[in-house]
Design a protein around this ligand. Structure first.
Ligand code: MN
Length: 712
């Protein structure tokens, strides 16, 4: 039985807490409650209680068959009959309210049918088999997806395991999460009847898990209301202060936003552009954020202007007029139509300033974009109906730039990645904490791949995160990256809009480097690396390969670790050469003790050194030992020609040097870059080797992998 279902036979179903309820009771719900008390209407007639649902549903889907809704209501009402919510209302008011939320957002009939039934299997005698028999497999799947696992069976793991189950079910049918989000919204709206500790606990999970999921699925309307409800519970004082600010502003005589809106309407009318200009008040959390950012709130800060147009092209038309006839704040311009966000959101964002310095933010979108911005995946209709083929014009270059995050909105990239790592999470605790961590990361940045695809990553993600996001565990073979065309360390932190090309080694026995963990932020990367390391405990001898495979060329000398000695102030410690800067004698080097008695050796000018020093990490004295053998990564820049690879590898072999790995990037403008990780029997031989490689016809430069500058 779910937490909020109370049998009237148990004492005190109507608690004094009901009087402490936050907010006004919803008029709709009262009416629904009364209708529900009157019992189901005559057979085949649409019961009054679902009139609102039917009306909202028909507004989005005029041809919808309402019979499944009628039957689902009748079953739900009869099976929940006698159960009360903590507020004292009949239990059926809850599934009805949840279904109304979804209907208003434009959900299709199957979602609404399942939503009416969503608590029946959990809280009543109804079984999943019965649901399948009466409503079909899709409805059964959705109801099963949102049905909680029992505390009796799972104990403290029930909540994490329920979410895991729900996310897995969402992977196959995103409508599961639509229902869960609406369910949580109604429970949050009516949370005031619970004990304060319980309110707080539920609000925290909502904040950490449900709100980020709503954001990622693009369900803005649910997300903003959930945010305000959580805000009121977790930050009551700030909430009250914000409320005060909003009330104060609404009582002001002048309304700069209304004045700017009027001005915008005039500009667009004159330009002959058909557009609807609305004022969208910010929700409380947004007001709170803006007031903290700007210090003082001015009238125009309390809302934003929304310009709705019919065609995509009109968005840019409106933008052009606003930027011509008003004073644009250019730094505020963002094009989420050409460069979409990771969720389904599309809009142009800009801002215009008045002569008195007040700035109004303006959102420009089509009616269709608006529907998707508000309802996200819920607006997709049945996600499994055959998609309409895009017309030739729509299939322009922009559309062809396949966007992985958006290619299949029912299975967005972040969800696939989440499902990948959850499988690897060893226990419910790890899953639960990693899930909250994963969802806490702002999915702010989009990076581009050379093939035109994109990756959505949290802010702060490095090339290592990009590699695991793109290749999963195959990223163990990543040996380097180019960021915006230039070679970059794998530890490089990516910025929004960067183009990232990942250089992959060809050896299937590739190994990730332990210090990748220092630069991996995403769960998929951290779990994959940690798992690999756990399965491959470090040998006692110094042996960590840099970001490259360790297999020697068949005819070369056996691969041996490079030659950093023994650590001066820690005799016997295991030494590893850092993959980020591949130190080679006679480089100036320094070491940092890491876990397990291992010391990582970096070149002193490596960016990681600066970062670790800044973080207060102690250095260990290291110096080069006597063995001359070393490992180094070289780049050979050449003009593309046949047999180049064969000639280069031959030149290397003739110098007696083993090739650990080699990568050839696809030629760009007749030029190719080869990346070789090589094992030299003697470090002193490096200059001769580089000369020999430079002598190969077509090669115009040979250079060593350079460490990044130490600037943060
Ligand atoms: Mn429920």
């Amino acid at each position: 039985m779910s937490a909020e279902a109370t049998n009237p036979a148990t004492p005190g179903p109507i608690t004094p807490a009901a009087q402490r309820r936050r907010g006004r009771p919803r008029i709709d719900l009262r009416r629904l409650g009364r209708a529900a008390l009157l019992g189901p209407a005559a057979r085949d007639r649409l019961p009054d209680a679902i009139a609102h649902v039917a009306e909202a549903h028909r507004a989005h889907h005029p041809d919808a068959d309402l019979d499944p809704l009628r039957r689902a209501y009748v079953l739900a009402e009869s099976s929940h009959r006698g159960q009360m919510r903590k507020s004292g209302e009949p239990y059926i008011t809850h599934p009805l309210a949840v279904t109304l939320i979804l209907a208003e957002l434009g959900a299709e009939t199957t979602t609404l049918t399942a939503s009416l039934l969503h608590d029946t299997v959990e809280d009543t005698e109804v079984t999943l088999d019965q649901v399948r028999a009466e409503f079909g497999e899709e409805v059964r799947y959705l109801v099963d997806g949102v049905t909680k696992l029992e505390k009796v069976d799972y104990g403290a793991a029930a909540e994490p395991e329920t979410f895991r189950k729900m996310l897995v079910a969402t992977g196959s049918d995103v409508r599961v999460m639509s229902i869960k989000l609406a369910d949580r919204l109604h429970n949050m709206r009516t949370l005031g009847v619970m004990r304060p500790e319980k309110q707080e606990r539920i609000a925290k999970v909502t904040k950490d898990v449900l709100i980020p999921l709503a954001e990622r699925l693009g369900v803005q309307a649910l997300k903003t209301e959930l945010e305000d409800l959580v805000f009121a519970i977790l930050r009551p004082e700030e909430y009250a202060r914000t409320r005060e600010l909003v009330l104060e502003n609404s009582s002001r005589a002048d309304d700069p936003l209304a004045e700017i809106a009027e001005e915008v309407r005039g500009v667009l009318r004159e330009a002959g552009l058909q557009a609807e200009v609305q004022i969208r008040p910010r929700h409380f959390v947004s007001v709170h954020r803006v007031s903290r950012k700007r210090g003082e709130m001015r009238g125009a800060d309390f809302g934003r202007l929304l310009v709705l147009v019919n065609e995509d092209a009109d968005c840019y038309g409106v933008l052009g007029e606003l930027h011509t006839c008003l004073t644009p704040v250019v730094s505020e311009f963002k094009d989420f139509i050409a460069v979409p966000k990771f969720n389904l959101y599309q809009s142009l964002h800009t801002a215009v300033a008045r002569s008195d310095g007040q700035v109004a933010e303006v959102l420009i979108r089509t009616h269709q974009m608006h529907k998707v911005a508000e309802a996200g995946v819920i607006a997709l209709g049945n996600p499994y109906a055959a998609p309409e083929a895009p017309s030739a014009e729509e299939q322009g270059d922009g559309a062809r730039a396949a966007d992985e995050e958006r290619a299949d909105p029912t299975r967005p990239g972040w969800l696939s990645r989440l499902l990948d790592w959850q499988e690897a999470a060893p226990d419910p605790d790890t899953f639960w904490s990693t899930l909250r961590e994963d969802l806490a990361q702002d999915r702010e940045i989009t990076v581009f791949r050379p093939d035109g695809g994109t990756l959505g990553l949290p802010a702060g993600a490095s090339c290592i995160d990009a590699a695991y996001a793109q290749y999963g565990e195959d990223a163990h073979a990543c040996i380097g990256a180019r960021v915006n065309g230039r070679l970059a360390r794998l530890s490089t932190v990516l910025s929004d809009g960067d183009t990232v090309q990942l250089l992959m080694g060809q050896d299937p026995a590739s190994e990730p480097s332990r210090e990748w963990l220092e630069h991996a932020h995403t769960p998929v990367a951290r779990i994959a690396i940690t798992r690999w390391l756990a399965a491959h405990p470090a040998p006692a001898a110094p042996s960590e390969a840099p970001a490259a495979t360790r297999r020697p060329a068949a005819d070369g000398p056996a691969a041996r670790p490079a030659a950093a000695d023994v650590v001066v102030d820690r005799p016997g410690a295991t030494v590893r050469l850092a993959g980020c800067c591949t130190p080679v004698p006679p480089d100036a080097i320094t070491g940092f003790p890491v876990r397990g008695g291992v010391v990582t050796v970096h070149r002193v000018e490596c960016a990681a050194v600066g970062r670790m020093k800044e973080a207060g990490r102690a250095e260990a004295g290291v110096r080069w030992g006597d063995t001359g053998e070393c490992r180094v990564t070289l780049y050979a820049e050449s003009f593309g020609r046949p047999h180049l690879l064969a000639d280069l590898t031959e030149a290397i072999a003739l110098e007696g040097v083993a090739i650990v790995s080699a990568t050839v990037e696809p030629p760009s403008q007749q030029r190719v870059r080869h990346t070789y990780t090589l094992e030299l029997p003697d470090a002193a031989h490096l200059p001769a080797l580089m000369r020999a490689m430079r002598d190969v016809p077509g090669v115009f430069d040979v250079s060593r992998a350079q460490p990044q500058s130490a600037t943060p």
